[in-house]
Write a protein that binds this ligand. Structure first.
Ligand code: PBG
Length: 324
């Protein structure tokens, strides 16, 4: 059958027909919100490079958790920003540190809301790198026990999922072993398996005060030119015991998401990162792009590429507008 019997526009004519034939749908439960948690009291501090996103102190989290749960989001991922940083990022695995207290506050307020702990050292080290920094490089093997400790502390504080984002080799295996040894065998690992050395993380580093003081992350995060390597990274993490895997950033990596979806059966996440958010918000503020359509299209495209769940700073915005 061909034109004129076949007409693709038949299914596009009305909203009802378009809804009937839509392949990809998105609901609040598919989205995970991302929160920045700081020391202090009653802090609700805007982030200049991320209009609409706030840094919150721990006492603000009960309300925030309830809001997120009421909106029906799939959960929240937490990033801690400590008052003081040191070479080994010790505040990242202190049971009384910012991230542990934040997790406890969220779980106390809404036990049913899924809380994911980002596991990395860059927010907690004074040099801003994701591990132990020695002779201008991040020392892989020395970093593993610190990441493992961070994961155990987060899980003990009540995190439902731990999500290593550091890109050290062998970290999933090290974290799995440490969790199992600490009787936390039921805590799943969401691995940032294919994480690129992306310029789109810029606004996050302002938000989390985690920009490296010298050098960059290209010695451990992936080269944006590589896609086959992403599949190897994911395969390695699955072998090491990852329960779920992530591709990051999202919109610059739709091809990687699609290829990962074809190859792997595990739940697949994508992270619509700070730069993707700021790029859209900046253009929306100037009237160059139309909200909310451009926001919804960006999320839908990531879902269509094959991501099951999306971490996004637009999560609450999307959920507030969602109508069945
Ligand atoms: C590292 C981490 C980063 C992001 C999530 N986890 C920053 C980095 O690798 O520099 C970036 C997220 C974003 O840009 O929104 N702990």
């Amino acid at each position: 059958m061909a034109f004129p019997e076949q007409r693709a526009r038949r299914l596009r004519r009305t909203p009802a027909l378009r809804a009937l034939s839509r392949e990809t749908r998105l609901a609040p439960g598919d989205l995970i919100d991302a929160l920045f948690v700081v020391e202090g009291r009653s802090v609700r501090e805007p982030i200049a490079a991320m209009p609409g996103v706030l840094r919150l102190s721990v006492d603000q989290l009960a309300d925030e958790a309830k809001k997120i749960a009421d909106l029906g989001l799939g959960g929240a991922i937490l990033f801690g920003i400590p008052a003081s940083k040191d070479a080994l990022g010790t505040s990242g695995y202190d049971p009384e540190g910012i991230i542990a207290r934040a997790i406890r506050a969220m779980k106390r307020a809404t036990p049913e809301l899924l809380v994911i702990a980002d596991v990395c050292l860059c927010e907690y080290t004074d040099h801003g790198h994701c591990g132990v920094y020695r002779d201008g490089e991040v020392a892989n093997d020395e970093t593993l026990p610190l990441l493992a400790k961070s994961a155990v502390v987060a899980a003990e504080a009540g995190a439902d999922v731990v999500a290593p984002s550091d890109m050290m080799d062998g970290r999933v295996a090290a974290i799995r072993r440490a969790l199992d040894d600490a009787r936390l065998a039921d805590t799943p690992i969401l691995s940032y398996a294919a994480k690129y050395a992306s310029a789109f993380y810029g606004p996050f580093r302002e938000a989390a005060e985690s920009a490296p003081k010298s050098g960059d992350r290209r010695g451990y995060q992936m080269d944006p030119g590589n896609a086959r390597e992403a599949l190897r990274e994911i395969a390695t993490d699955v072998e090491e015991g990852a329960d779920m895997v992530m591709v990051k950033p999202a919109m610059p990596c739709l091809d990687v998401i699609a290829r990962a979806r074809e190859r792997f059966d595990l739940p697949l996440f994508a992270y619509q990162v700070s730069g993707e958010y700021s790029m859209l918000q900046g253009a929306i503020e100037r009237g160059w792009l139309e909200a909310p359509r451009v926001i919804d299209e960006s999320l839908l495209a990531i879902r269509r590429a094959g991501a099951d769940r999306i971490i996004s700073y637009f999560a609450k915005d999307f959920a507030r507008r969602f109508r069945g």
